[in-house]
Design a protein around this ligand. Structure first.
Ligand code: NAP
Length: 307
């Protein structure tokens, strides 16, 4: 990419906004990033029209229907349909345009529930998905296969990346769709304000996860867009595991909640462990710049600004 390249950021949520910030800071002059109201990516003819009109050189496909474990369990059809349509419409329009390269932001949710941990890219489609997010994982896996098939016939134009849990400024805090970090930030903050003496967290707290600050994800995407030649997937993660209990303790510290943290084992908690093998990413000398504690502090400041 050079500073005059036309760059389309599809999806202007947490990751899309971080990419726009990074690109603007680096001096890129031609960035297009319509909102979902301006361009509904489920609409094929609108997407084709957009590509004909804008003719982007590079595309970061961050748009997706994302949500909590509960939201995924309640409406799998929406997660399958929206994500499949977004991926096929944007990637097919890109394929048939003069675009140089597209990066699909997929997710580590595509890997089998029982994959050996830390999960490597090679474990894709070697076992069943985690049932609670099967629909989302199916659509994202289809997108990854699109990148791989396209790489066979047209090398270098499509690449998929698979980030682990992302958090940071611009995250969603509504109960229906919030991921674990924003959901906990909000609940601990409200508990602090109301003087509650306990907060209950879903699951045992022993599940192992990874959390990467959104600016680090954006940096990794920009690096891989320029360096990684294959179709992917390439894992993006911090390389350090965190249990939900450790996360809850850290958020309580950052928010200043001094009460008890209880764990409700009757509630769903997803896969027991999800950590990623980041050897491919690390081979490009990449390391996260923001620690969990620092990232949570920045997230809480953003939450307070928007509350
Ligand atoms: N957040 C995570 O922990 C995580 C982890 C791994 C991978 N990922 C992946 O990373 C990507 C970015 O995630 P994020 O956290 O930035 O999500 P986000 O904040 O929810 O942003 C997603 C964006 O997609 C847009 N979108 C949804 N449906 C659309 C449609 N039909 N047409 C146009 N735009 C549409 C949303 O617009 P509206 O807000 O207007 O609906 C939103 O701007 C996603 O592909 C996700 O699967 C996320």
């Amino acid at each position: 990419m050079d500073l005059n390249s036309k760059i389309y950021i599809a999806g202007r949520g947490m990751v899309g906004s971080a990419l726009v910030r990074k690109l603007q800071d680096a001096g890129y002059r031609s960035i297009v990033a319509p909102t979902s109201k301006e361009l509904d990516l489920r609409n094929q003819s609108e997407v084709m029209r957009f590509f004909r009109q804008e003719q982007p050189d590079y595309v970061f496909l961050t748009a997706a229907k994302v949500g909590s474990v509960q939201a995924n369990i309640e409406s799998p059809l929406d997660f399958l349909y929206d994500n499949a349509m977004i991926i096929l419409n944007v990637m097919h329009a890109a394929l048939t345009s003069a675009m140089h390269r597209l990066m699909l932001i997929a997710s580590t949710a595509v890997y089998p529930r029982d994959a050996v941990q830390p999960v490597s890219e090679a474990s894709l489609l070697t076992g069943a998905f985690e049932p609670s997010n099967e629909a989302y994982a199916l659509a994202k896996t289809m997108g990854i296969k699109f990148c791989q098939y396209a790489a066979q016939q047209d090398p270098g134009r499509f690449v998929a990346v698979t980030p682990s849990n992302i958090y940071g400024p611009g995250d969603r805090y509504d109960e229906k769709t919030a991921h674990v970090v924003p959901a906990m930030v909000k609940r601990f903050h409200e508990a602090k304000l109301s003087g509650a003496n306990a907060v209950t967290v879903w699951g045992s707290g022993k599940q192992v996860r990874e959390f990467l600050y959104v600016d680090d994800v954006a940096e990794a995407c920009l690096l891989l867009m320029g360096t990684h030649k294959g179709g992917g997937p390439v894992n993006i993660g911090p390389g350090t595991p965190t249990t939900i209990m450790q996360l809850a303790d850290a958020i309580a510290r950052v928010v200043g909640f001094a009460g008890n943290i209880l764990y409700d084992v009757s509630k769903p908690e997803g896969a027991p462990s999800r950590t990623s093998d980041v050897s491919i990413l690390n081979s490009y000398d990449w390391k996260p710049a923001v620690s969990l504690e620092e990232g949570l502090n920045l997230t809480y400041l953003d939450f307070l600004k928007r509350a």
